[in-house]
Design a protein around this ligand. Sequence first.
Ligand code: MG
Length: 259
Amino acid sequence: MAVIKKSKAEIEAMKEAGRVSAKVLREVGARVEPGISTLELDRMCEMLIRLEGGVPAFKGYMGFPGSICASVNDAIVHGIPSADVILQEGDIISIDTGAIVDGWVGDNAWTFAVGSISPEKQKLLEVTEQCMWAGLDAMQEGNRLNDIGRAVQTIAENNGFGVVREYVGHGVGRSMHEDPNVPNYFIRTNRMPLEVGMVFAIEPMINMGTYKTRQGDDGWIVYTADGLPSAHFEKMVAITEDGPIILTTEPDHRRPVND
Ligand code: MG
């Protein structure tokens, strides 16, 4: 496993891709409401990224057509934005997006409620966000790679939820997907030490029911096998000499990892 560590200056440069990615995700998320299509959200996102001087990181990646992945209800990840997918009151939607700025990739995701949602979906969102923060908290020098998955899995399973296995977090830098894979579940042998200069995208995908998945017909979208809802939250974190910092954040919205 060849992990590309980043210098202090490189991590500093990655903050701008992170800032833009976080800003556009927040702004697109604010437009989530019943009646809007996922294609409209995608168009808005691409425009906002370009206004910030960035390039959509997802568009054209392995042939993906959108600037966002838009995954509604039982869709876990990789939903293609579409004029035919109109958000309805009570839906949840994972929006995953990123910008390339000065050659550095930003990548982040959030699951938004469409209008008012059921208490069960609300709990899924809260627990999955909590899983993400626990994973980010585990990204510490001296910890090991599998501490991240253990932290996420413990919270998810204590709440009776399933942790997706087939899709995982990842290293990130000049490429969107670098080594290592960052599973959201515990693998005993994943004992790589976490070190200064590592930059990971930590992104729990948590299902209300089974962890098992089903690939959709378009070759992209992934659903839960049992049709129950799934949530997905993602941020990028770097280990610096001064400790871990979150890169996909805006200065005004910045919060420490250990809050
Ligand atoms: Mg990612």
